[in-house]
Design a protein around this ligand. Structure first.
Ligand code: FAD
Ligand code: NAP
Length: 386
């Protein structure tokens, strides 16, 4: 282990000046019987001069699924070699532009508007949904419905390649929490990626970037850059206790935090809450955390496997079960970190945090709310949720 890497050195890559990286390792973390496909991804940084700090995210510009690209080309009766401008207005072929430049899954509003101009049948169904007051209805209509579905449903729209791409948006980067410390891996960056796969309207769907990394990135160079975190840092004082709540892929930055502390020779004062569906198939990085418990880098781990019993057990239930000790850590000045699902988990964990302060800190609900607010002000309650 060495800690000679300084985050302030190195080459600054950005959206406009990305580093074209290659995959080193793509390993399935979830085992037989899992409902998830979560990958450990390692990306080669050798010779790049790219520097990151734990808590940062990596931006990845994916390529679209070539099978979907071919379906879209077929659906508009094109060949793929037609000349079109790409999303940066540079000359391209239709195939290349659909593969690398345009977002081709979620239908943009402009696509829907032009579709309604080109097909009376589409207009009848979709135009009412484009009204400002029909926002929710439009959202429902679009849930699980992609550009390809609408091209196939309304073939009479008669798209030319240029007209179609003229309605599409630019393909965007996706962010992934960095799961490694560069002190331990100077020439690589690790990610923990849940491949988004689902079925809708009788068709198998793939999340663009997560399945690019899981299925299609091997042997390719893809654009990346570090999105530095403004707030999600380890405490400066290594004696400050660290509580990390990271179910699912929310584990990623905490693996990085622990690696960083291990590289710096810091032991103890770390408590990890991890949750997934099943212990046997979904305990991400179990062996690594076992080793860190043994070598003292990780002081304590509390796990919540939601589907190993009839009723759901989540990380927030473990927080409440361990409330007395959790309160002692908070009272000793611990920093409380949360990473992962923003829509439900982070809200429930926030509620549990309030309950712990109230019940085990002996405070009124108002005082507990104030306490948590104060934690936020003091940068002792930090979230990286998505
Ligand atoms: C700061 C930050 C850190 C992140 N860190 C991580 C990380 O460490 N690991 C990780 O895996 N992800 C992480 N993410 C999420 C990641 O950026 C991507 O959003 C995720 O991988 C999905 O991208 P995609 O391109 O694969 O899917 P997209 O092509 O963007 O598709 C996702 C969309 O598909 C639709 N969809 C999904 N499921 C269904 C369904 N069942 N039915 C109908 N529609 C559906 C939804 O509209 C959803 O928004 C992070 C996000 C942020 C902002
Ligand atoms: N934007 C996207 O398209 C996209 C793509 C990938 C992931 N994500 C999001 O990224 C996050 C991580 O996904 P992931 O697949 O790694 O894990 P996840 O879906 O967050 O699941 C991890 C664990 O959290 C549990 N859980 C469910 N609801 C919870 C709650 N309210 N409070 C606490 N725990 C809860 C799950 O249990 P059960 O499953 O048994 O309920 C599971 O045991 C999620 O937000 C996911 O939606 C988003």
């Amino acid at each position: 282990m060495n800690s000679t890497v300084s985050p302030s050195e190195g080459v600054q890559y950005s959206r406009k000046n990305p580093y074209f990286a290659q995959l080193l390792i793509n390993k399935k973390l979830t085992g037989t019987g899992s409902e998830k496909d979560t990958r450990h991804i390692e990306i080669d940084l050798a010779g790049s001069g790219m520097r990151y700090t734990v808590g940062d995210s990596l931006a990845v510009l994916p390529e679209n699924d070539p099978e979907l690209v071919e379906e879209i080309i077929r659906a508009i009766g094109a060949q793929g070699d037609e000349q079109v401008p790409d999303a940066d207005k540079q000359p391209s072929t239709l195939r290349e532009a659909l593969l690398k430049s345009y977002a081709i899954t979620e239908p943009p509003k402009k696509f829907l508007e032009v579709l309604c101009e080109r097909s009376a049948k589409a207009a009848e169904k979709i135009r009412p949904l484009l009204a400002a007051e029909a926002k929710k209805e439009l959202e429902n209509f679009l849930w699980g419905r992609e550009v390809i579905d609408l091209l196939l449903e309304y073939p009479e729209a008669g798209w030319t390649p240029a007209d179609l791409v003229g309605t599409l948006k630019k393909l965007l980067i996706r962010l992934y929490s960095i799961a490694s410390s560069q002190k331990m891996f100077p020439d690589a960056v690790h990610l923990t990626v849940a491949a988004v796969r689902y079925e809708s309207l009788g068709r198998k769907r793939k999340g663009v970037a997560s399945t690019f990394l899981a299925d299609r990135a091997e042997g390719k160079k893809f654009a990346t850059f570090v999105q530095a975190t403004k707030h999600f840092h380890l405490p400066e004082n290594p004696d400050t206790p660290v509580i990390m709540v990271g179910p699912g892929t929310g584990i990623a930055p905490f693996r990085a935090f622990l690696q960083d502390r291990q590289s710096d020779g810091i032991k103890g004062r770390t408590w990890l809450f991890f949750g997934e569906q099943r212990r046997a198939s979904d305990f991400l990085y179990e062996e690594e955390f076992d080793a860190m418990l043994k070598n003292g880098v990780l002081e304590k781990i509390s796990t919540a496997f939601s589907r190993d019993q009839a009723h759901k057990i989540y990380v927030q239930h473990r927080m409440l079960e361990e409330g007395a000790e959790l309160w002692r850590w908070l009272d000793a000045g611990a920093v409380f970190y949360v990473c992962g699902d923003a829509s439900r988990m982070a809200k429930d964990v926030d509620l549990a945090l309030h309950q712990v302060v109230e019940k085990f800190g002996g405070q009124t609900p108002e005082a507990a709310a104030e306490y948590v607010q104060q934690m936020t002000k003091e940068h002792r309650y930090l979230k990286d949720v998505y």
